[in-house]
Ligand binder design. Structure first.
Ligand code: TXA
Ligand code: MG
Length: 349
């Protein structure tokens, strides 16, 4: 298949390209679209054949459900059984990097939801994504546009690396603003019938922010802990190894100076690649360094993490080191991605 690449930064400037890409979706084809979180591999969310093509292009197990993307928060009711809590979340955070899981309606095929009776719905804030959804006249099912197991793409170059020749169209919208996938919550009900949320995947909408809208927000254990062998997670995606570079990634937990001393020694012994803080560059001039942002700047670290993991994979390092992120605020999202990329290997210094 020949993949066409369109560069669109302003959706009003490119009505023709969007109309064409919308038609590709409507006809069951695949279009990679930019979003504010990461790039998505999109197909018609109501068409089982499009879903099958998505799984095949990604090399993804078909029991791992897809998120459907809508242009306006109210459209969720077309595909899911929405509740008051959904609309409270929508008012606070949509359009934006939040995905909500609710009971699905019949028009969402089982192949999109991996056979589950719930569906994940998200209204992205990226204007190109919203314009494409409108142009397609349907909802767009889209997992992250990486090959299964690779870091999510935050730039069109990553998408081309993974999916050139496997999709009809790639829309290049430049670098993604946030760089980590959306926060995922599931709407639950307690024994008294009161609604509450379970956080399945942390992202830029933080636990604290969610707590401002809903009194009870549980955090699924798989967010920060290793699943036991054969344990069934609340979200199928949690059981898969993810984002992992070929060389082992080790996360370092310790005092700033002790960690720097450790790294300097390691650099004399091994081919190391270090995902370091910007202010550490001069102290660690020895081996391969990939700066991911200032120590206190979690937003920049989030934005650069996946590109840094891809970059580290392209070096000849035998081992990759990074700092263990804090588990608060946006740090929890970084922690969740990095701990999985490191297969839970943390070295206490
Ligand atoms: O930011 C994002 O969410 C990006 C962009 C493209 O929107 N999409 C994304 O999709 O990260 P994906 O497929 O890579 O991750 C979706 C996760 C998977 O771990 C999947 O298991 C989970 O959401 N999921 C989807 N539907 C679910 C459901 N009904 N119940 C539980 N988990 C679900
Ligand atoms: Mg993904």
């Amino acid at each position: 298949m020949k993949t066409q690449v369109f560069t669109i930064s302003d959706p009003r400037m490119s009505d023709d390209a969007l109309a064409y890409a919308g038609q590709v979706i409507r006809q069951g084809g695949l279009v990679v679209l930019p979003t504010e979180t990461v790039y998505g591999l999109g197909g018609d969310g109501t068409n089982p054949e499009a879903a099958a093509k998505i799984y095949a292009a990604k090399g993804r197990p078909s029991d791992n459900p897809l998120i459907i993307h809508i242009a306006d928060p109210e459209d969720a009711s077309l595909y899911a059984h929405t509740t008051q809590l959904y609309f409270a979340l929508a008012k606070a955070f949509m359009p934006g990097p939040l995905t909500v899981i609710m009971p699905k309606r019949d028009n969402v095929p089982a192949s999109v939801t991996g056979g589950l009776d719930s569906v994940a719905v998200r209204c992205p804030s990226h204007e190109v994504a919203r314009a494409l959804i409108r142009a397609s006249g349907t909802c767009i099912a889209a997992p992250s546009a990486n090959l299964s197991g690779k870091p999510s793409p935050t730039d069109a170059a990553h998408v081309i690396q993974d999916l050139d020749g496997k999709v009809d169209v790639i829309i290049d919208g430049g670098e993604c603003d946030i760089g980590l996938e959306s926060t995922i919550v599931k709407i639950m009900q307690d024994a008294q019938g009161e609604p509450y949320l379970t956080l399945l995947r942390p992202g830029a909408i933080t636990h604290d922010a969610l707590c401002c809208v809903c009194e009870r927000v549980d955090i699924a254990p798989a967010v920060s802990e290793k699943l036991a062998e054969n344990e069934r997670p609340l979200s199928p995606g949690m059981k898969y190894r993810h984002y992992a570079p070929t060389a082992p990634l080790v996360l370092l937990d310790g005092e700033q100076d002790a960690v720097l001393d450790f790294l300097r020694t390691e650099q004399t012994l091994k081919k190391c690649c270090v995902l370091c803080y910007d202010e550490e560059i001069s102290a660690l001039s020895g081996g391969t360094l990939i700066p991911i942002g200032a120590r206190d700047d979690l937003a920049t670290q989030a934005k650069r993490l996946f590109a840094a993991l891809r970059e580290s994979d392209a070096t000849d390092a035998e081992i990759i080191y990074a700092h263990l992120p804090p588990m608060q605020g946006l740090g929890l999202a970084l922690y969740n991605r990095m701990i999985r990329a490191a297969a839970h290997t943390v070295l206490k210094i």
